[in-house]
Design a protein around this ligand. Structure first.
Ligand SMILES: *Cc1c(COP(=O)(O)O)cnc(C)c1O
Length: 446
């Protein structure tokens, strides 16, 4: 690898801050509502208090609850508030983690170790999950030595409880449902999965990473949200990301368990190290105090009322966008999304070319496949952009309708190619090669 040297002398604060601003100039404009994933923006006042809280605890380390009892207190309160929101009771227990992937990793690790104790006959444990489950499950399974059995979705893009039930075998330890799923915003039939989990004595994890801080408020606003949380007795664990609809900067999620006995399988302790008895709740050793403090602060700042107000804005923006997209010839909405996420498909247009065209109009929309679609996670700021967005989408759709396949190039063509490769191993290799190359240092040149 070509390397880079540190600057011989430090650069001034002014110069560096100017450089940071310049670096940012090429990024997607999430403040203006032009991004439909990745950043959950609740407006400048929430961002400001989150920043202040984060920087107040920017140096403190959540690794030691003894050195920083403040962080222990805030973390336990954040977890308790999240449990209160998600149907928990006096038994519910949990931890903060760095994000949805770590929350899912911890729940799978706990389920694996629970099964080692309660189902000792199983040597090659399996997890049954729907196709729409987040890749964090496949990733954690890869790390933890668990085998995943992926089941197809029903036509309405929710998990097929019958197919999952049929895929459960002697080695199954865990099943998974999402509320809601990231690709299409569908709420899986969690009550049905909970019944299966109870009957077959399996661990059910509910992935409410993206839904956990929005669905409860939509429910309170009268939306028909089916039960998905600890109000269902068969739910063993649940993940909810504060750094999504909790509106806290990245590095904040909660993983909850039905009770302390289940949470214990998550923890790690090593008693023989010369550095002392070492114990941690989750994957990380050192943990950023800022994420804990920002979570605690934003949750108190917004309160029930603030989250409800934001959910109402989101629900209005979503309804207006859904109605507008449905009016554009050639476009449709995948399934019947109940929350704040949906996917746009087309039976006539190349959807990836449509995404590219929208990018040229400065809208950043992620492409998805199986089936091809564009991803829309709706935030409060999107209420301000409904009309210009729909106008551009309409224009882009008629422009793409006029394209021939020879005109379709760039990312659109690449996505189409990778999405349709019959050999999924090849598609995976392609992705790994691509990433390995992308994360190479490139010298700026002369
Ligand atoms: C975002 C998300 C995850 C993963 O969370 P990260 O914070 O990105 O690690 C898992 N599941 C669902 C449904 C998500 O939306």
């Amino acid at each position: 690898m070509e390397t880079m040297t540190l600057p011989a002398r430090g650069i001034s604060r002014e110069d560096l801050l100017a450089k940071l601003s310049a670096l940012k100039a090429g990024d997607s404009d999430w403040q203006g509502g032009r991004v439909f994933s990745l950043v959950y923006n609740a407006g400048p006042d929430v961002a400001a208090i989150a920043r202040e809280a984060y920087s107040t605890f920017i140096a403190e380390n959540g690794l030691s609850p003894f050195a920083f009892p403040s962080l222990l207190k805030m973390e336990t309160e954040v977890v308790a508030m999240t449990a209160g929101l998600l149907g928990g009771d006096a038994e519910t227990a949990g931890s903060m983690t760095s994000g949805g992937s770590e929350s899912i990793f911890m729940a799978m690790k706990a389920a694996r170790d629970w099964a080692r104790e309660h189902k000792p006959a199983i040597v090659a444990p399996e997890v049954v999950l729907p196709l729409s489950a987040h890749p964090a499950f496949n990733k954690a399974a890869h790390y933890l030595g668990l085998k995943t059995i992926v089941t197809p979705l029903k036509d309405d893009l929710t998990a097929d409880a019958d197919a999952m039930s049929a895929a459960i075998g002697d080695n199954t330890v865990m099943i998974v449902g999402s509320a809601c799923s990231y690709p299409h915003g569908m709420i899986d039939p969690i009550a049905g999965l909970a019944a299966i989990a109870r009957e077959r004595e399996l661990w059910l994890h509910v992935d409410a990473c993206v839904g956990g801080f929005i669905l409860p408020f939509l429910e309170r606003l009268g939306h028909p949200i089916p039960s998905f949380d600890f109000r269902l007795a068969g739910v063993s664990s649940l993940s909810a990301d504060i750094h999504k609809y909790g509106y806290v900067p990245k590095g904040a999620s909660v993983v909850l368990y039905k009770n302390l006995a289940l949470r214990k399988y998550q923890f790690f302790a090593y008693a023989d190290w010369p550095g002392g008895v070492y114990g941690t709740p989750s994957l990380c050793g050192s943990r950023p105090g800022g994420a804990i403090a920002a979570s605690w602060t934003v949750m108190h700042y917004l309160g029930e009322e603030g989250y409800l107000r934001l959910a109402k804005e989101i629900s209005e923006a979503t309804a207006r966008l859904l109605a507008g997209v449905r009016e554009i010839p050639g476009l449709y909405i995948l399934g019947q999304p109940l929350g704040s996420i949906f996917a746009i498909g087309s039976d006539r247009l190349n959807i990836y070319a449509l995404g590219e065209r929208m990018k040229s109009y400065n809208w950043f929309i992620d492409s998805q496949h199986r089936p091809p679609s564009l991803h829309m996670t709706i935030m409060p700021a999107h209420n301000q952009i409904v009309e210009p967005f729909l106008a551009d989408l309409n224009r882009a759709a008629s422009e793409v309708a006029a394209l021939t396949s020879d005109d379709i190039s760039g990312e659109a063509a690449m996505y189409g190619m990778v999405g349709s490769l019959p050999d999924r191993g090849l598609a995976k290799d392609f992705a790994l090669e691509y990433l390995n190359d992308l994360y190479r240092f490139r010298s700026p040149g002369p």
